[in-house]
Design a protein around this ligand. Structure first.
Ligand code: THU
Length: 139
């Protein structure tokens, strides 16, 4: 992925983060999911008084896209931190990594950022090695 695309995706993740509904953790997360045909689906985390009903930003973005019929993806950018500001990279949780594995190739790119020019980029296979996917059900 070229630098310009990465920066644009991170900017969209910051924009998505503004919509985070976080009355309990005050930890705002934004995600921007890039489809293989160049569209972007944004997502934020949406918390609930019954904490387990919370949906992460990454899954919000994925479920928006999949529910619109899109299932081919190339990258996701994630930004997160307390509502006072971003101090560190926010890595996708295990459940979100599993959802990525469901829909993405192993070279799908996961970008975690603190700013548009401060990010790390991983392949999905790096952040969920030895994953369990539909391929395992065929063997
Ligand atoms: N969160 C995400 O949105 N994405 C992740 O991958 C990790 C955690 C959210 C869930 C919850 O609203 C808050 O961050 C604190 O866990």
């Amino acid at each position: 992925m070229d630098e310009k695309t990465v920066k644009a995706l991170i900017a969209e993740a910051f924009s998505a983060r503004e919509r985070a509904y976080v009355p309990y953790s005050h930890f705002k997360v934004g995600a921007a999911l890039l489809t293989s045909d160049g569209r972007i689906f944004k997502g934020c985390n949406i918390e609930n008084a019954s904490y387990g009903a919370t949906n992460c930003a990454e899954r919000t973005a994925f479920f928006k896209a999949v529910s619109e019929g899109i299932v081919d993806f190339s990258a996701i950018a994630v930004v997160g931190g307390l509502d006072t500001g971003i101090t560190d990279y926010a890595y996708p949780c295990g459940i979100c990594r599993q959802v990525m594995l469901e829909f993405c190739d192993r070279d799908f790119r996961v970008i975690v950022a603190r700013a548009e020019d401060d990010y790390k980029c991983f392949k999905l296979s790096e952040i969920i090695p030895f994953g369990f996917s539909s391929e395992n059900l065929e063997k």
